[in-house]
Design a protein around this ligand. Structure first.
Ligand code: IPM
Ligand code: MG
Length: 357
């Protein structure tokens, strides 16, 4: 089993090293192949997603990704910015389904900014469409406004668009996932304003006809954002487009205490997948050895389950993470009084030591 490992920038290399260490401890015949991506690739090759990196990911059974981005690249033209690497990979590999589980581990209930009773037992799955929407829609660009009250003024524009097949396939992913959970799907859109969302709502409703054992409800995105902090446990599976999913998944992450805990899987048609922590490159703490590696370690568990056919190994990792948290180990992002503060390496070593047989 070949795993392409793309550590990237900021804390990416530290948290990815931690996850690789845990994977190596499982005793499976994994082959790891490393490549540069993001700012690291820009420094080495002048582009954020070099052809060699892309080729490696195409040849691999799964991709383990760290994070990309740093303030020092903010002035680069958009095509050279580190974020283009992850957007390019999603697009090139056809990774249209982004699964972002927001689970509140019991020992971390107090780390949430919400009251403990609101988040205890929280288990939401956000299914975010990842290769369409305003992220990739054409036309987009800069020009002088052709009409309106500010005709002739510099203008930026983007296009939100979704086709029926794109909506159908992400809806299926959500309904299938709901069948393995509590059988409730909330589809999030802005159908009171946007044409794209009206089509979204129609198509999700149609696909639902094939999944009568699952309940479906539609929420406008502003209301969904509010309900997420008012009564988060109400949700089971949330399915939404690329832009709304980007925003709501960060919000959901914070419900669990720290974005440093949240894994993600980005899946294509064939089971091919890219696995990355939901957090970013956190340049402010890069190189300090204090980053929380658990999101990446849990992403490795998702990889074992969704791309490598090793669900039992995934469960071993998840059990081990639960054990180290119950034992009181905390990186600074989830620190609380009376707990033992550890760094990235110590946390990874503790997960390895806690792996059940
Ligand atoms: C994410 C990130 C990316 C996105 C950025 C880095 C392009 O915020 O994975 O949520 O917007 O999708
Ligand atoms: Mg985001």
């Amino acid at each position: 089993m070949k795993i392409a490992v793309l550590p990237g920038d900021g804390i990416g290399p530290e948290v990815v090293a931690a996850a690789v260490q845990v994977l190596q401890a499982l005793g499976e015949p994994f082959e790891f192949e490393f490549a540069e991506v993001g700012g690291a690739a820009y420094e080495a090759y002048g582009q954020p997603l070099p052809e060699a990196t892309l080729a490696l990911t195409r040849a691999a059974d799964a991709v383990l990704f760290g994070a990309v981005g740093d303030w020092k690249y903010d002035a680069l033209p958009r095509a050279l910015r580190p974020e283009q690497a992850i957007l390019g990979l999603r697009r090139a590999l056809g990774l249209f389904a982004n699964l972002r589980p927001a689970v509140c581990f019991e020992p971390l209930v107090a780390a949430s900014s919400l009251k403990p009773e609101l988040v205890a037992g929280l288990d939401i799955l956000i299914v975010r469409e990842l290769t369409g929407d305003i992220y990739f829609g054409q036309p987009r660009g800069r020009r002088l406004a052709p009409d309106g009250p500010f005709t002739g003024a510099p203008e930026g524009f983007d296009t939100m668009r979704y086709t029926r097949p794109e909506i159908e396939r992400i809806a299926r992913v959500a309904f299938e996932a709901a069948r393995r959970r509590r059988r409730h799907v909330t589809s999030v859109d802005k159908a009171n304003v946007l044409e794209t969302s009206q089509l979204w709502r129609e198509v999700v409703t149609e696909v639902h006809a094939e999944y009568r054992d699952v309940t479906l409800e539609h929420l406008y995105v502003d209301n969904a954002a509010m309900q997420l902090v008012r009564a988060p446990k109400y949700f089971d599976v949330i399915v939404t487009g690329n832009l709304f999913g980007d925003i709501l998944s960060d919000e959901a992450a914070m419900l669990t205490g720290s974005i440093g805990m949240l894994p993600s899987a980005s899946l294509g048609e064939s089971g091919r997948g890219l696995y990355e922590p939901s957090h970013g490159s956190a340049p402010d703490i890069a190189g300090k050895g204090t980053a929380n590696p658990l999101a990446t370690i849990l992403s490795a568990a998702m990889m074992l389950r969704h791309s490598l056919g090793r669900p039992a190994q995934a469960a071993r990792i998840e059990t081990a993470v639960g054990k180290v948290l119950a034992a009181g180990l905390r990186t600074p992002d989830i620190a609380s009084p009376g707990m033992r503060m550890v760094g990235t390496r110590e946390m990874a070593a503790a997960v390895v030591a806690a792996l059940p047989d």
